[in-house]
Design a protein around this ligand. Structure first.
Ligand code: FAD
Length: 390
């Protein structure tokens, strides 16, 4: 079959883009490897920046998050030098987060796309994008019965994450990958327990980092830094709660609400950026364009922003023959991506003792970094601007 735009992947990037395109009457299809159920139950991000909410609102995609999302504007640091909180809505640009679980956002985006008559093929895995250097690229797929099929398009939007067909189809040398492995890992947990405080809490401890992030009134996300190569199952629930209590210094600051651990997984802290974000008729957005370590909660926000920029550029090209937006797309997104990467890298250095031959020097720098965040108003303004901004 033939359409104007084939969108690979039904995550925040692909579904936002699908909605933007269909709103303008562009003929498009979304191809998604997994089932509708899997797409709607994958728990990942939760913190949406104001700019993300504004973009979604502009396209009539924010009803759910306006109704069920919760405003959030406080974070707390627990360190060997004491505890301090930042009310970031009163700092920087005065912006706050909306806490809204990613699976709910994705469900809303999907419902809007389908209600507008959008076409989506679940359980359809793209295996390759061919002829991307021409103006008739093709996407090879396998449908849910394993039968091969193909789509032709004018443009292909690769929104299929870091292991998707878009990245894998880039010919050697066409795009450069900047990569950093921070050598650190987190055990990410979802606990069936109400949040223990009205703040995101970052605990910096000699035994490693621990984090507390609200998700809903009943569910809280926790992170515990662990050895690289650890299996998520090797930690018992008792060990998880003991370690969280120790690192979050509950003896000094009060207990955590405990509950059943309902989901767990290991996150290796890695970052990468592809450059440029375009190869001919193939464009990359979201995690396919750049992977951010979750230390600064930026990935889903960048995915929505890039989808909006790409959507407007595709509309201008396909409806008005104006290709300037598509030509600018990569540079425009890369400047935002690198700024988010820089902040996320700074957060990693704020929250961890990075091992290495100069570890005592790094440890002292880390304490000093926290001290300036605690005491310097201009540092706090900078933090707030970057923490909520994209
Ligand atoms: P994805 O959500 O990964 O979607 C890609 C889609 O493409 C998937 O549905 C996949 O099945 C599909 N796909 C893959 N390959 C193919 C193929 N070959 N053919 C067809 N379809 C394919 N970000 C934040 O902003 N805030 C947070 O608080 C936050 N917390 C996080 C916590 C965790 C534990 C993790 C892992 C991530 C977190 N992130 C956070 C990052 C955020 O979840 C991602 O950046 C975001 O999901 C990226 O959206 P995307 O649409 O680019 O990719």
């Amino acid at each position: 079959e033939s359409v104007d735009v084939v969108v690979l992947g039904a995550g925040p990037a692909g579904l936002t883009l699908g909605n933007v395109l269909i709103d303008a009457g562009i003929d498009c299809v979304i191809l998604e490897r997994t089932s509708r159920r899997q797409v709607q139950t994958r728990t990942r991000a939760g913190f949406l920046a104001e700019n993300t909410v504004r973009i979604l609102e502009r396209h009539g995609l924010a009803d759910g998050l306006r109704r069920r999302g919760r405003e959030h504007s406080r974070c707390e640091f627990r360190t060997e030098d004491g505890r301090f909180a930042l009310d970031y809505a009163g700092l920087g640009r005065g912006e706050r987060h909306t806490v809204y679980p990613q699976q709910e956002l994705v469900s809303d985006l999907l419902a809007c796309f389908l209600a507008a008559g959008g076409r989506i093929r679940f359980e359809t895995e793209a295996s390759a994008v061919l002829d991307a250097d021409t103006d008739r690229p093709r996407v090879l797929v396998r449908d849910r019965d394993g039968r091969p099929d193909r789509w032709r398009a004018r443009y292909v939007a690769g929104c299929d994450g870091r292991h998707g067909a878009a990245r894998n189809s880039l010919p050697p040398g066409a795009v450069r990958r900047h990569h950093s492995d921070h050598g650190l890992s987190w055990l990410g947990l979802l606990a069936e327990a109400p949040p223990s405080m009205p703040a995101v809490a970052y605990a910096v401890h000699g035994r490693g980092f621990a984090g507390h992030m609200a998700r809903t009134a009943e569910v809280t996300r926790y992170y515990v830094q662990c050895e690289r190569g650890t299996s998520a199952e090797s930690w018992s629930e008792d060990r998880i709660w003991d370690e969280l209590a120790l690192r979050m210094r509950t003896a000094d600051y009060g207990p955590l609400n405990q509950g059943r651990v309902i989901q767990r997984g290991i996150v290796d802290l890695e970052s990468d950026v592809l450059e440029p974000l375009r190869h001919g008729s193939l464009f990359l957005a979201g995690d396919a364009a750049s992977l951010l370590s979750p230390s600064a909660a930026k990935g889903a926000n960048l995915a929505v922003l890039e989808a909006e920029i790409l959507g407007q550029a595709l509309i201008a090209d396909l409806l008005r023959g104006d290709s300037a937006g598509l030509e600018r797309y990569s540079d425009q997104c890369l400047s935002v991506i690198w700024r988010a990467q820089e902040f996320s890298h700074w957060m990693i250095r704020l929250l961890h003792d990075v091992p290495g031959p100069d570890s005592s020097f790094q440890h002292a720098l880390r304490r000093s970094r926290l001290a300036s965040l605690r005491t310097s108003r201009s540092r706090q303004n900078w933090f707030a601007e970057n923490y909520v901004g994209v």
